[in-house]
Design a protein around this ligand. Structure first.
Ligand SMILES: *Cc1c(COP(=O)(O)O)cnc(C)c1O
Length: 379
């Protein structure tokens, strides 16, 4: 019996567009447009339109995107940036690499995103910016965050690396803060065929600054007005992303459908908390994350039954050895720490089938020892 359900299936995503991708690569090769260039510029225009922003700046990866956004906003040594610890390491790394210090606030237990009620207490005279993270594809509660930022004159950089196309009260991820940062790492909702990232903004001057930053501080070749970096997007990636962007909305819709299916089936199983979709938006389910006790045993047992799951993320950033110098021990962020113990990411990708969702739930029930009748009742 072949029950195997992969966590992610990029092959299934690329097979139907392989001919188009190869044709696009031939164009890039013929045009010698490898580092930045016209294929990146075209993708930037398309991605800005998709995000409903005036500008998009293509960069090397999502970590670059966060770093350049902060640098362009003037964040540097001595500054503090408020963010969450329940995120991928890169959010904090980008802050640290400007010379600023990450200041973590806890998350809302229902949505796993920044708890806006905790921000004001974390603000000091050194605070320069806030980075909410749209974790798992659901946007943070942006209205109160923007309101606090305006009152305290702070910048807001959205970490939208998991939220391409997500919405908050009708507005797209990346279109609300001063800048929005996206990763096009292959497994993200919009994935390149390698590394890529992008920054969105409605501020023309900021977009220009970020374009200069990603290209060694030069506007005119070999004339370096400032100290920049090499953070350009590859032409090959720009060309691939133009093709893959066409499938993003449908892919996000498929993810939402799988999520609804999971949630319907899992509703019958005791001890499992399914994702809460906040009334303020439309998530894009980069990940479908449940909570349960005895998570590590369940993860291992599911693996043995051929169902590949993951944990995003097992160790909060503030408890990583890399951030030991912040002096935040266990107990500093109780909600974040509790969630890290209990979260489990089930297989989620657009090409997943309804049958595979049912297999995952059946195997999960088997592991938990729930009666099989629950599945029949729930469906
Ligand atoms: C993937 C990711 C990043 C980093 O993106 P890369 O392209 O891998 O550099 C940053 N933040 C979050 C929340 C992510 O998921």
């Amino acid at each position: 019996m072949s029950n195997n359900v992969p966590f992610l299936n990029l092959r299934a995503q690329h097979d139907p567009i392989k001919v188009d991708l190869l044709a696009a690569f031939a164009q890039v090769i013929d045009a010698n447009a490898f580092a930045g260039g016209p294929f990146v510029a075209r993708f930037e225009a398309e991605f800005a339109a998709f995000c409903q922003t005036r500008h998009a700046v293509g960069v090397g990866n999502g970590t670059d995107a966060l770093w350049f956004a902060l640098l362009a906003l003037g964040v540097g040594p001595g500054d503090e940036v408020i963010t969450v610890s329940a995120t991928f390491m890169a959010t904090a790394e980008a802050i640290s690499f400007t010379g600023a210090k990450p200041v973590f606030v806890d998350i809302d237990e229902a949505t796993y995103t920044m708890d806006p009620r905790l921000i004001v207490a974390a603000i000091t005279p050194r605070t320069k910016a806030i980075i909410p993270v749209h974790l798992y594809g659901q946007m943070a509660d942006m209205d109160p965050i923007m309101d606090i930022a305006r009152r305290h004159k702070l910048y807001v950089v959205e970490d939208a690396c998991q939220a391409h196309g997500a919405e908050y009260k009708g507005r797209k991820a990346g279109a609300i803060g001063d800048a929005g940062c996206f990763s096009m790492y292959p497994g993200k909702n919009l994935g390149a065929l390698g590394e890529a990232g992008a920054i969105t903004t409605n501020d023309a001057a900021l977009a220009e600054k970020m374009k200069v930053l990603r290209d060694h501080g030069q506007k005119v070749k070999y004339h370096h007005a400032s100290i920049g970096w090499n953070g350009r997007m590859d032409g090959i990636q720009g060309a691939a992303l133009s093709i893959k962007l066409k499938a993003l909305a449908a892919g996000n819709a498929a993810r939402r459908q799988h999520a609804e299916h999971y949630t319907r089936l899992l509703a019958g199983i005791e001890g499992i908390t399914t994702p809460v979709v906040a009334a303020h938006g439309i998530p894009v389910f980069h990940l479908y994350v449940i909570r349960l006790q005895d998570r590590d045993r369940v993860l291992a047992a599911l693996g043995e039954r051929g169902v590949a799951c993951g944990i995003h993320y097992p160790i909060p950033v503030h408890l990583q050895p890399a951030y030991a110098s912040l002096g935040l021990g266990k107990g500093a962020l109780p909600v974040t720490e509790r969630c890290a113990q209990e979260i489990l990411s089930l297989p989620m990708f657009p090409e997943l089938t309804a049958g595979q969702v049912e297999v995952v739930v059946r195997e999960l029930q088997g592991v938990l020892g729930s009666p099989a009748a629950t599945l029949a009742r729930a469906s």
